[in-house]
Design a protein around this ligand. Structure first.
Ligand code: THU
Length: 131
């Protein structure tokens, strides 16, 4: 599974986005180190704060299936160059490894690859809890 293919999966799953309030569709595809892919979409709610982002949906699906080792997560929205995970999602992804790659862009165009630690420098982590 290459990153362009992973981004294509994020683009495709976006069709399941439940986003009647923002009309901002987001899809995510999370690649586990064993090759499995867990997809996710944003799921909004009439109580706006109950909304969950696409990235966290994908991580929750994976972890609840027993998977915790991740290589990369691709994110797709309807904005031209793709979009990056929000702050909460960066924190949520980083919980499972600071080397996880975040893939954005377009599968039929330019792809950007960043590490989660680059997107969330000086993150609060489990290391703090053990001091
Ligand atoms: N959203 C995501 O799914 N992921 C992000 O990283 C940023 C925002 C969703 C939440 C909400 O449903 C919509 O995009 C607008 O904020």
């Amino acid at each position: 599974m290459d990153y362009r293919e992973l981004l294509k999966m994020a683009e495709e799953i976006k069709r399941n986005s439940y986003s009647p309030y923002s009309n901002f569709r987001v899809g995510a595809a999370l690649l586990a180190k064993d090759g499995r892919v867990f997809t996710g979409v944003n799921v909004e709610n009439a109580s706006y704060g109950a909304t969950i982002c696409a990235e966290r949906t994908a991580v929750v699906k994976a972890v609840s299936e027993g998977q915790r080792d991740f290589d990369a997560i691709a994110v797709s929205s309807d904005t031209d160059g793709g979009s990056f995970p929000c702050g909460i999602c960066r924190q949520f992804i980083g919980e499972f490894g600071d080397g996880i790659k975040v893939i954005t862009g377009r599968s039929d165009g330019e792809i950007r690859v960043h590490s989660i630690s680059g997107l969330l420098p000086h993150a609060f982590s489990k290391d703090e809890l053990n001091k």
